[in-house]
Each structure stands twice: as structure tokens, then as C-alpha cells.
Design a protein around this ligand. Sequence first.
Ligand SMILES: Nc1ncnc2c1ncn2[C@@H]1O[C@H](COP(=O)(O)OP(=O)(O)OP(=O)(O)O)[C@@H](O)[C@H]1O
Ligand SMILES: [Mg+2]
Length: 509
Amino acid sequence: MPAIVRSNADSTPQKRRLRSDAAAAQDSQPSIPVKWKSPRRCTSASPNCPSNRAAIDSSENPGKSPLKKSTDRFIPNSKWSPVDTEQMRAVKEALHVSTAPSTIVCREDEQRRVLEFCKACVEQEKAGSLYICGCPGTGKSLSMEKVKQLLVDWAKEVGHQQPDVLSINCTSLANTSDIFSKILGDAQPRKKVNGSTTSALQQLQNLYSQNPRSSVMKMMLIIADELDYLITKNRAVLHDLFLLTTLPFSRCILIGIANAMDLADRFLPRLQSLNCKPMAVTFRAYDKDQILTILQERLLALPYLVFQPQALELCARKVAAASGDMRNALCVCRSAIEVLEAELRKSSSNFNLSTVEKALFEQQTTAADILRKQEIDVVRLDHMVVALSKTYRTPIVDTIQSLPQHQQIVLCSAVKLFHGGKKDTTVGELHKSYMDFCKTTLIPPVGSMELSTICRVLNDQGLLKVGQSRDDKSKRVTLRVDEADITFALQGIRFFRNCFQQFCSKHID
Ligand SMILES: Nc1ncnc2c1ncn2[C@@H]1O[C@H](COP(=O)(O)OP(=O)(O)OP(=O)(O)O)[C@@H](O)[C@H]1O
Ligand SMILES: [Mg+2]
């Protein structure tokens, strides 16, 4: 294959970001890796590089763990004291985005696929490329750190020559084509890299195009994270990078990581025409159960219960519906802890009040407040609601919160009906659920005619979808907004909070 030389016309790198709830594209079929050649040393420059992470058994059950199972596992054995600064520090650290988890759950399948690809390249001494895509915060960088480690350990174990590893975060490159000097520096550690960036690419092309005289050239695993940063006007850098793996004596195993699902289709058409389109592994946005499992797994590092289970579930539900971004879930949890801290500070300052002030304060303190104070050693649902509202306040939430009470009750009754996974119901069933709700909360219900009107109003507002039928009671009803938005909006209203807590806990237990 001829060496391809490219001038450095790359100018404005663009970082592309997708919404996490964008539909995940179908994974493409693998392109068979091509030829070999090269010696070098190991470099690591990933931003999320964890130093001391325990190995994950890649044969662990792939896929997500069901909610019920993960809730069962979560059995803390002692009480948390949020006023203990050391304990508070440990909790915040366990939930910090930059804290590498000891176990990466919910990404076993993706890790296995990438690892198998890399192993095949090492075993067959063939170069190859793979593209990892997915929305922000879906564990791409984290998982690749793990795969890198697993590959080196595997090669050691089975007696293959260990591949050199070069991790590059493309955003750290001053110039996009600097990536070639980095690769060349790694491929020929003893040789001085020629100053010109064009020649770094040319030297690499020469290196991988000629049959090497020295017999053993090590394989090189190149992990290019934030690859979309290399997308330039003429897409040259990106093309040249992937084309390196197609040269006859290439020893590069290139793993590109970015958000765009269709980056290869849009920006690498020439690879496609050469039949070298990289295999793609898609990291889908985390769903509610996965977010919950990950949070619980991280919290397992602590010997105490920090969150009320309903609070964690609400966080997982809301983040999954909004983005599926694990960073957001962790940030919201930490923010909820801060809400609890603020509450603690407030209650401790009340201890310092004068007797008169105290008497006044106690008069204002309701029975509910006293009850709540007894639970101050855990992050509750209401702390989580406050934390979520800082991140996710939306017009839908505002609309729901400003509805008349009976419309809110109807929505709440609908959520209750749909909570177990049911997708639709009838006006008749909704009416029954509404009546139950009114009975438990001692609110006088409206009549069935008025309920039909409420359903129509909610339909017109775009909150419910009410189907057509001659008989009012048989009309089908579905939710038009996310269940999490309704729960979240109504949690902010004290009246609904207890109701949600009741049926959420029934569902979890
Ligand atoms: N499966 C998981 N288990 C534990 N923590 C996770 C998991 N997935 C993500 N995280 C947490 O979320 C953070 C973000 O994940 P990561 O950096 O891998 O996202 P990404 O997919 O590379 O996102 P981006 O596209 O923005 O680069 C991690 O640093 C980690 O703290
Ligand atoms: Mg990343």
C-alpha cells in the first residue's frame, strides 16, 4: 500500500457532544485488522487514569443488574454520622467523579468486546482499528483504562509479547497533527523525531510500509480519547491516523473514543471505500437500573447507609431520563449531601438560640419536622429533590407544579399506575387509582364527569395522552411526559412527598 503524506491543514478542532438520550446507533461489523511492525515504551496520559484499580473479571455477568437484586446487595452494617468530618470526607470521595471505582459494573460486555478485539490483534500480530462511541459520562474513558490493564496482564499471563500502550487525550494536543509525533516517538523511542509534523506522519507511513529488517517490532495499543477533537476542515488527520493501521507492516491497534455515533460514516468515508471501516462499540446511555447499580456499587465501599433507597432511586430515574450521564448522577448525589450538611448546620445553629428564640422556634416546628430530624443521619428524598432541582428544573416541572391540586392528584395516580412498568391504562382505571389516592389522603374526590374534564385538560397541556372511545371509561391513557419529571415536580410539594415515599418503597421492597 502506498505511503500517504498529508500537509497539516488542520485548523479548528471541534469538540462534538451529543445528548445522552440520543438513540444509540447499531454497532457496525468489525473490519479485519491488517499487517504488522515496531518497538517502543509505555506512556499513559489519560485524564481519568486510575492508579490503583482492582482487576475486573471480564467474564462477570454482562449487562445491567436488575434493581431488585442490587437493592438486596446494599446492606450497610453501621450508622453514618454526617457530623463526623472524616466520614463525610469518605462519602464525598466515594462519589467523586475522579475517584476510580474499585469495580466497573454495567460495562462488562463493552469491555469484553474491546478486549477480545485487542487480544485478536496481539495474537495474530495484526494492526487494526476500533471506534468507541457514546454519550458523555457513559464510562468510555473509564472502561478503556481497565481494558488497557487487562490486555497487558493477559499478554503477560499467556506469554505473548506485551504491547506498548500509548494513551492520548486529543484535547491535550497543541496541534492536531502532533498525534503523529507522539506515535512516532513511541514507535521509535531511540530515534530523534524530526521537528516537522508532516514528516512525523511520513516517517510513520514509511515505517509501516516497509518490511522491517529488525525482526521483532512490538505491537502498540494507541488509545486516542476525545477523538472528535481531531475533526478538522479537511479531516486529514483523522483519516491519516486510521490509515496507519491499514499499512502492510503496521503494528498499531488504534482505539478512537468520541461521542458521535456516526463519526466513522461522516468523517472516514475513504476508509469505508477501502473496506477498512473501524469496528464500532457503542456505549449506550445508562438507564435507571444501571445508574442505581453503579451508585450502590460505589457506595459499597462505605460501611454505612448514606442514602435513603428512595432518594437514590429518584436520582437514578431522573438522570436516566435526562441524560444517562454518570457524572450528573454523581454530582447530584454529592449536591444532595451538601443539602443535608446545610440542614445540619441550620439545626445546630438553632441549638445556640436564646431561650425566647428557642421557644419561638419550637412553636414553629411541626411534628413532621421533628420526625424528619430523627432521620437526619441519611440523605433523604427531600434532600435529593432539592439537589435535583438545582440541576434539572425545566418548564415541564414548573407546569406540573403550578397545576390545580386535583390535576396533580390525577398525574400522581397515573404515575402510581405506571410505576411497575405498565405503559398505558384506561380512564376507568385511572379514576379508581385517583379515588384510592383521595381516600388515603382524606381529600374529597371530584365526580367522574369532572375527572374526564381533568383528563382532557391534561391531554391539552401535553401531559397525558387520552385516546378516543365512545365510552369515557374505556379511553386509553398514557403519559406524555417522563414519569421522573412528574415524581420530581410533585416531590417538591410536601403533600405529595409522603404518597410517593409510600409507593416508591413498596416498589423497592
Ligand atoms: N460503570 C461505572 N462504574 C462506576 N463509575 C462510573 C461508571 N461509568 C462512569 N462512571 C463515573 O463517571 C465518570 C465519567 O465516566 P467516563 O469518563 O468514562 O465517561 P466518558 O464516557 O468517557 O464521557 P465523555 O464522553 O464525556 O468523555 C467516571 O470518571 C466515573 O467516575
Ligand atoms: Mg471520556
